[in-house]
Design a protein around this ligand. Structure first.
Ligand SMILES: [Zn+2]
Length: 224
């Protein structure tokens, strides 16, 4: 089962991906990690990518696509994979589709988590970290895991927040790319949705991201 996963930052995409990985024993492949491995390993594509990253430029698709494809062809992907964080725009979607077809790889399922931009932003900015345990979930904007006053709802510990989660400009920038339905990430999701309409071997699944995390997981599993 080869799966492509779409969802804005703040939609719980990472968590759902991790659950799928466990349940179906699929490697969870994140595009950011592929870059890091290639750069650290000094591969030819990695070195080329690094030149662009060092200049603060976007890595061209001619480098990114082969890098991702080669990752999807590794041994641990024989029984399927779960790709997350790529494509980010419509052009990349078209090129990924071409590359998969050229490599004779199927794309079986595309998952899109639906969530309003405002809610997604609140969910990121509302995250709180318990000083006693990182695994104590607290979020001032999610009823199910709302802190107890200003203390951890699990253990009563002090709460802090990550600087990244409070960087509103950075969140807005990433969301502007994601929510762009003309050329951005949503446009790339729609590209696959349109393909799936005419291709019985490909399934396009949408999930209501507003629901509580376990309910989103249940909906996902029931639709796979
Ligand atoms: Zn706690």
């Amino acid at each position: 089962m080869n799966v492509l996963f779409f969802g804005p930052n703040g939609s719980g995409k990472g968590t759902q991906g991790a659950i799928l990985k466990e349940k179906y024993k699929l490697p969870h492949i994140e595009s950011g990690a592929i870059f890091r491995v290639n750069i650290k390993g000094g591969t030819e594509l990695g070195m080329k990518a690094k030149e662009f990253i060092d200049k603060g430029e976007l890595v061209p698709d001619e480098i990114t696509i082969p890098m991702i494809l080669s990752r999807l062809q590794e041994d641990d992907c024989k029984n399927g994979w779960l790709l997350d964080g790529f494509p980010r725009n419509k052009n990349q979607a078209i090129k990924l589709d071409e590359a998969l077809k050229a490599a004779n790889m199927s794309l079986d399922i595309v998952v899109e988590i639906l969530l309003d931009r405002e809610i997604a932003k609140n969910r990121i900015m509302g995250r709180r970290l318990c000083v006693n345990d990182n695994n104590h979930p607290n979020n001032i904007f999610i009823d199910a895991i709302k802190p107890d006053g200003d203390k951890c709802r699990v253990c009563g510990g002090e709460l802090t927040s990550r600087a990244d989660d409070q960087d509103e400009d950075a969140i807005d920038k990433r969301h502007s790319i994601y929510y762009d339905t003309d050329t951005g990430t949503m446009a790339s999701a729609y590209y696959f949705r349109d393909l799936a309409e005419n291709d019985d071997s490909m399934k396009y699944i949408t999930l209501e991201g507003k629901a509580a995390l376990p309910d989103v997981t249940a909906e996902l599993v029931s639709k796979l």
